[in-house]
Unconditional design. Structure first.
Length: 234
C-alpha cells in the first residue's frame, strides 16, 4: 500500500534515522532535506505540525505533544512499516491508561511531518482523528435522517481521508447497525489504501468475539501491545 512513491529528502533521511531515539527532530529540514537549515521559509514549514497542528486535526490536547522519539526503539521500528507503506495500518491495544492514544498522536505527528511537503498543494490529502463513538454518532445521525446517501457520505468522508486515527474502538459495543458502520469504514479505508491507526482496550480476539468482520480486517494491521502500569495513575 504505497503512501506516495516520490519521497522528500526529509522523508528518506527520517526513514534512515527513525529507529534512533538519539536523533533530534530538528536535525533534518522537512522542506529542503539539509541538516541544520537556517532558512526562514523552511523553519515556517517545520512549524506546521506542532502540537497545535495535531490538535487541529482532532487529537486531544493532552496527547498532542507526543513525540515518537519518546517511545522505545522497538516501537519506532514497528511504526516504520507504516511510514514505508508496508502495512495497511497499526492496531494499538492494551488496558486503560497504557499510552495508546499518546502513541497514536506521536505517529500522526511524525507521519504528517514526513508527508506534508509532498502534499502541501494536494487538497486531497488531509488527516483526521476521531473517537469511534463520535464517528458512530455522526453515522447514526445521518441514518436517523433515513437517507442512506447521507450515511454513506459520512463513511466516505472518514474512509477516504489521507490518514485516520480511529480512537477507542469497542468502548461502546453498540448495535448491529453500529458495528456495520465501523466495518464499512475500515473496509473503505483498506479499499482506498489509506493508512490508519486504530486504538482499543480490546485484544483482537475480544474484537473477534464482538464483531468478527472488524477483527478480520484489523488482522492485516500491525499490532502493538501497550502494557505496563496505568500512566494516568502515576
Amino acid at each position: 500500500m504505497p503512501i506516495p512513491e516520490a519521497k522528500t529528502a526529509y522523508a528518506r533521511a527520517r526513514e534512515a534515522s527513525l529507529i534512533s531515539s538519539k536523533d533530534s527532530e530538528s536535525d533534518v529540514c522537512s522542506k529542503c532535506g539539509s541538516v541544520d537549515c537556517q532558512r526562514k521559509a523552511c523553519k515556517l514549514q517545520d512549524a506546521t505540525m506542532t502540537a497545535d497542528g495535531v490538535q487541529m486535526v482532532g487529537a486531544p490536547k493532552k496527547v498532542a505533544p507526543a513525540l515518537l522519539q519518546s517511545f522505545p526503539d522497538s516501537i519506532q521500528m514497528d511504526v516504520r512499516g507504516l511510514f514505508l507503506g508496508e502495512v495497511d495500518g497499526i492496531f494499538i491495544f492494551g488496558d486503560t491508561g497504557r499510552g495508546k492514544s499518546y502513541l497514536a498522536s506521536a505517529i500522526l505527528r511524525a507521519l504528517l511531518k514526513d508527508l506534508i511537503v509532498e502534499y502541501e498543494t494536494d487538497a486531497k490529502f488531509n488527516a483526521k482523528w476521531v473517537r469511534a463513538s463520535r464517528f458512530l454518532l455522526e453515522a447514526q445521525a445521518s441514518w436517523n435522517d433515513r437517507t442512506a446517501l447521507s450515511t454513506m457520505k459520512v463513511v466516505k468522508e472518514y474512509g477516504t481521508t489521507g490518514f485516520l486515527v480511529l480512537d477507542d474502538l469497542g468502548a461502546e459495543r453498540g448495535t448491529d447497525t453500529s458495528r456495520a458502520f465501523l466495518t464499512d469504514l475500515i473496509e473503505e479505508r483498506q479499499g482506498n489504501e489509506r493508512p490508519t491507526v486504530v486504538t482499543s482496550n480490546l485484544t483482537l480476539q475480544a474484537i473477534d468475539d464482538w464483531e468478527p468482520r472488524i477483527a478480520s480486517r484489523l488482522s492485516t494491521y500491525l499490532p502493538i501491545h501497550m502494557d505496563g502500569s496505568d500512566r494516568r495513575l502515576g
